[in-house]
Design a protein around this ligand. Structure first.
Ligand SMILES: Nc1nc2c(ncn2[C@@H]2O[C@H](COP(=O)(O)OP(=O)(O)OP(=O)(O)O)[C@@H](O)[C@H]2O)c(=O)[nH]1
Ligand SMILES: [Mg+2]
Length: 377
């Protein structure tokens, strides 16, 4: 079997016949053997329609689930049942054009690991969504791309239309919360080449949307879970947490020096800053950039001075920001705040690149992302 098309369905009795007809028509001349797996959680007459379809079309297979519902798990179940070498996932409501499937398979056949039809590259459009849904969709995509490193170069990571080689998901423990199965695949899957194809997203003509506020919440829970389980994405949050802890240590030491040991405030400030810096370094070394360390001893010893030098530049960045705000006649406190944001980002990126480069290099795999230039439909 060449291709398995996995379609999650929930109350799509008005759409599955037309979808099957269009898939059959588009695959007819493509030269690939295929099956269509409907994974159905419906409470309407969809299972009866699927049964009728499977009687007429030998390619149509389906299961009707009464427990363990949900779009994400439906796709995972489809992957487990699929026989094909290439797996395509799409919605049942005809928002994803089945006519694109042969192209998706051609690209996978040419050596691409993950093919993503995209609404957001030249030639694509998301005309099927109203303005509010467009805004919600943009926000979700931005949150995903900012939080998760592997999604940064993918223009349409929240869509439900994509194709993968079987090996990308085989043996991978996919455990999505909610709908965004593609994000789960992109974070956990085994792949090195991604290809995007522009397409026009259609509006739903029959049946009802199942998108809800609860799904937006599930999406956020899913992102948090993926970030927590991925050392690469977790690092920035750990780094900020360690930094915040460092501020508390700094203030405690300062209080101790001034109130208990009666040291000069400026001397106390320097001591407090140095101790906080050492504190931050140790936590970052032990936790944030934790890793099996096969680095030679002298390079490890060098880490602390490099860390201090980077922090010193961070302090200069903050001071420069205050200077800039004063020059613009804006508030110096806002300048300090802006400086802290900029220097935190600088400190993180610089430490990731230089201080703990052996650890960060280990986790960042290179993925090549290419794009089709024209809309092929
Ligand atoms: N198996 C299964 N499929 C589901 C479930 N919820 C939604 N689906 C299917 O997932 C696909 C996407 O759902 P839609 O309601 O179209 O979501 P959407 O495309 O984001 O929203 P619209 O643009 O309004 O259509 C459709 O094929 C649904 O039938 C579910 O709980 N279980
Ligand atoms: Mg839809």
């Amino acid at each position: 079997m060449d291709v398995s098309i996995v379609v999650p369905t929930f109350n799509e009795s008005e759409n599955v016949r037309e979808l099957t007809r269009r898939i059959d028509a588009s695959m007819a001349g493509a030269g690939y053997s295929y099956e269509i797996w409907f994974i159905d959680d419906s409470t309407d007459s969809t299972p009866e329609v699927l049964w009728e379809l499977s009687e007429v079309h030998p390619e149509v297979r389906y299961i009707h689930r009464t427990t363990n519902k949900g779009l994400g798990t439906a796709v995972v179940e489809g992957f487990q049942r699929a026989q094909g070498q290439y797996l395509v996932v799409m919605d049942a409501d005809l928002q994803h054009p089945p006519e694109l499937i042969p192209t998706i398979i051609d690209r996978l056949h040419d050596g691409i690991d993950v093919v993503i039809p995209s609404r957001f590259i030249e030639g694509g459009s998301d005309g099927g969504l109203n303005l509010f849904r467009k805004f919600v969709s943009w926000t979700a995509r931005t949150i995903a791309r900012v939080s998760i490193h592997k999604l940064r170069n993918i223009s349409d990571c929240t869509g439900g239309f994509f194709g993968v080689r079987r090996g990308v998901v085989e043996g991978v423990d996919l455990d999505p919360i909610g709908w965004k199965i593609l994000i789960e695949v992109l974070v956990k899957g085994k792949y090195s080449r991604v290809h995007e194809i522009p397409y026009g997203f259609e509006s739903r003509t029959a049946g009802e949307s199942k998108m809800s506020l609860r799904e937006q919440w599930n999406f956020l829970r899913h992102i948090v879970k993926l970030v927590r389980n991925n050392p690469e994405d977790r690092r920035f949050y750990l780094f900020c947490f360690v930094g915040a802890l460092g501020v508390v240590v700094n203030l405690l030491v300062m209080t101790l020096c001034v109130r208990v040991f009666h040291l000069h405030p400026v001397g106390s400030s320097v001591v407090a800053s140095l101790i906080a810096m050492a504190h931050n370094f140790l936590w970052n070394d032990r936790v944030t950039w934790r890793g099996t360390d096969s680095v030679v001893a002298w390079r490890r010893v060098l880490r602390f001075p490099v860390f201090v030098a980077i922090s010193a530049i961070g302090i200069l960045v903050t001071a420069a920001s205050v200077e800039l705000f004063l020059w613009l006649r804006w508030s110096e406190l806002m300048g300090q705040l802006w400086g802290i944001v900029c220097s935190t980002i600088w400190n993180f990126l610089a430490n990731n690149r230089w201080t703990w480069r052996e650890i960060s290099a280990k986790s960042s795999r290179r993925v090549i992302v290419t794009r089709e230039r024209t809309n092929l439909l």
